[in-house]
Design a protein around this ligand. Structure first.
Ligand code: FES
Length: 162
């Protein structure tokens, strides 16, 4: 009578099952860790990369066209984007046009035009600028606003780096 194959010991089967379970758990924990790192890391990367990307986008743009902006009533202003940076176009009561960056030179808040006060105002810390020149005239801003060249041409406004 032939010998029957020796059955494996029950402890050996259990050890193999434990080893595969351990490998599965290790793989699962590793995958969860990778997902967690991605969930945390991607927003941090976006936060850190955005200023550099904005600066690159702003630096790359040299001109923007504002179609229909010549209809802007005298004594008012409109906001627009010059590249990625906020900017404002002011049509003064005397008919002149001025385009200025709308980013405060103190801590980069967005400024707004206040025609009744004849100023551009930053509500963050009370900074004020001259709406004709962009010069810093009050408060903490250390420098004037960025000034752009404005050209009215066939019903549209061309704003370019000065
Ligand atoms: S950020 Fe504008 S005055 Fe401080």
């Amino acid at each position: 009578m032939p010998n029957a194959p020796a059955a494996s010991h029950p402890n050996e089967q259990g050890a193999a099952t434990d080893a595969s379970r351990r490998a599965f758990v290790t793989l699962g924990v590793g995958a969860l860790g990778a997902c967690y790192a991605g969930l945390i890391g991607y927003p941090v990367y976006q936060y850190l990369a955005t200023p550099a990307r904005k600066a690159a986008a702003t630096g790359a743009v040299t001109q923007t066209v504002l179609d229909g902006a010549d209809q802007l009533p005298a004594g008012s202003a409109m906001m627009f984007k010059f590249g990625a940076a906020p900017a404002m176009l002011i049509h003064h009561a005397d008919g002149s046009w001025v385009a200025l960056g709308a980013v405060c030179t103190h801590l980069a808040c967005t400024v707004s035009y206040e025609p009744e006060q004849s100023r551009i105002y930053c509500a963050c810390h009370g900074g004020a600028y001259d709406p004709k020149t962009g010069a810093n005239v009050a408060g903490p801003p250390p420098k004037p606003l960025t000034r752009y060249h404005v050209e009215v041409q066939d019903g549209r406004i061309l704003v370019s780096k000065a």
